[in-house]
Write a protein that binds this ligand. Structure first.
Ligand code: NDP
Ligand code: GDR
Length: 327
């Protein structure tokens, strides 16, 4: 046991679940913030999937409600705070730009204020994003690359990013930003493109669907595995000095080629099933992302270990297993 206590917002999300699992394995006492849901019992499905739902302590709260966060921080007295909660779906941020700004942007400041006033020696992690690079200013993006966000989500993340730096500089908080590039897993929400593809391919393979409709398949992303990326979050907070780090694989792939990996894995021809749907194109697109994680590797030896091919195959297999009982 480390005797350390961690507080995770967004514990019901992809990264929150994997991070909770990692920290439990390291002997942490793990606490999480959960939103009240009208679908009682649904909220903790990712924790259940990992078999850790009884090992974490969950507290009702909301990033929008400062009083709930203050109560939780006061009660838990965390050594480490991971702010992973967000309205994280880029497309939805055009449909709900104000709510996205409130949760993804201002929500982080609610939590920073609680840390500053109630537990100023806690270490704070902010889930920053490669979406902040947006309209690319440099072919390969590092911590020194200028930002140019292209979605209300990206703009909200940039606000939270700079507020984290501001709290570090103004109040000497041990606050770090992880600028994480896309990372996926079998726990990824089905609205995101990798999981939409692996779920769709599994359905086609099992005869539950015949087509897969996608938007801009020429977009390129630097995709890694969420398990590798939550390890980086923890490593960042173990550094003596807080700082900002890019976490990426250093390889970029088109959505089209990522699809091919999935279709090929089950022996299907993508051309027979893939349909391009103009309605799924975004009002403004981030065409290409490619990160340089050299700073994180130098500072604390982090490197991505799981390849895109391994990850997509794992996701397709998990979706096949999930859907098979329905056939
Ligand atoms: P998910 O969308 O899977 O999870 C988001 C989490 O935030 C959920 O647990 C959700 O709870 C919670 N949440 C949303 N709104 C609120 C709120 N108002 N109050 C409290 N909790 C809330 O995201 P990921 O796990 O993929 O990502 C984790 C973080 O990292 C996010 O901030 C995301 O923006 C950021 N990020 C993700 C990347 C990726 O590729 N995955 C890359 C870079 C950054 P509920 O279950 O109730 O909906
Ligand atoms: P992104 O991930 O926007 O990069 O944000 P997403 O998987 O949604 O899109 C990646 C790329 O695929 C293109 N695309 C489609 N996307 C979706 N969702 N659905 C489709 O049908 C489709 N067709 C093509 C998109 O246009 C885009 O170019 C993710 C989120 O996790 C953010 O929270 C995080 O900050 C960033 O990654 C880094």
């Amino acid at each position: 046991m480390t005797g350390k206590r961690a507080l995770i917002t967004g514990i019901t999300g992809q990264d929150g679940a994997y991070l909770a699992q990692l920290l439990l394995g390291k002997g942490y006492e793990v606490h999480g913030v959960v939103r009240r849901s009208s679908h009682a019992g649904v909220f903790d499905h990712r924790l259940k999937w990992l078999g850790i739902e009884n090992d974490v302590e969950l507290h009702d709260g909301n990033l929008l409600d400062l009083s709930s966060l203050a109560r939780i921080v006061q009660l838990v007295q965390p050594d480490e705070v991971y702010n992973l909660a967000a309205q994280s779906f880029v497309t939805a941020s055009w449909q709900q730009p104000i709510l996205t700004g409130q949760i993804t942007g201002l929500g982080a400041v609610n939590l920073l204020e609680c840390v500053r006033t109630l537990k100023p020696d806690a270490r704070y992690y902010q889930a920053s994003s490669s979406e902040m690079f947006g309209l690319i200013q440099e072919q390969v993006q590092s911590e020194a690359t200028p930002f140019y966000p292209r979605s209300p989500y990206g703009v909200a993340k940039l606000y939270a990013h700079w507020m984290t730096i501001n709290y570090r500089e103004s109040f000497k908080l041990h606050a770090s930003n992880g600028i994480l590039f896309n990372h996926e897993s079998p726990l990824r929400g089905v609205e995101f493109v990798t999981r939409k593809v692996t779920d769709g391919v599994a359905r086609i393979k099992l005869g539950l669907a015949s087509e897969l409709r996608l938007g801009n398949i020429d977009a390129k992303r630097d995709w890694g595995h969420a398990k590798d990326y939550v390890r980086a979050m923890w490593m960042m907070l173990q550094q003596e000095t807080p700082d900002d780090f890019v976490i990426a694989t250093g390889r970029t792939t088109t959505v089209r080629d990522m699809c091919e990996i999935a279709f090929r894995h089950v022996g299907l021809d993508s051309a027979a099933h893939l349909i391009i749907d103009e309605k799924l194109f975004r009002p403004a697109e981030v065409e290409v992302l490619l990160g340089n994680p050299a700073k994180a590797e130098k500072a604390f030896g982090w490197k991505a270990e799981i390849s895109l091919e391994e990850m997509i195959r794992e996701m397709v297999d998990a979706d096949l297993a999930r859907l098979k009982p329905r056939v």
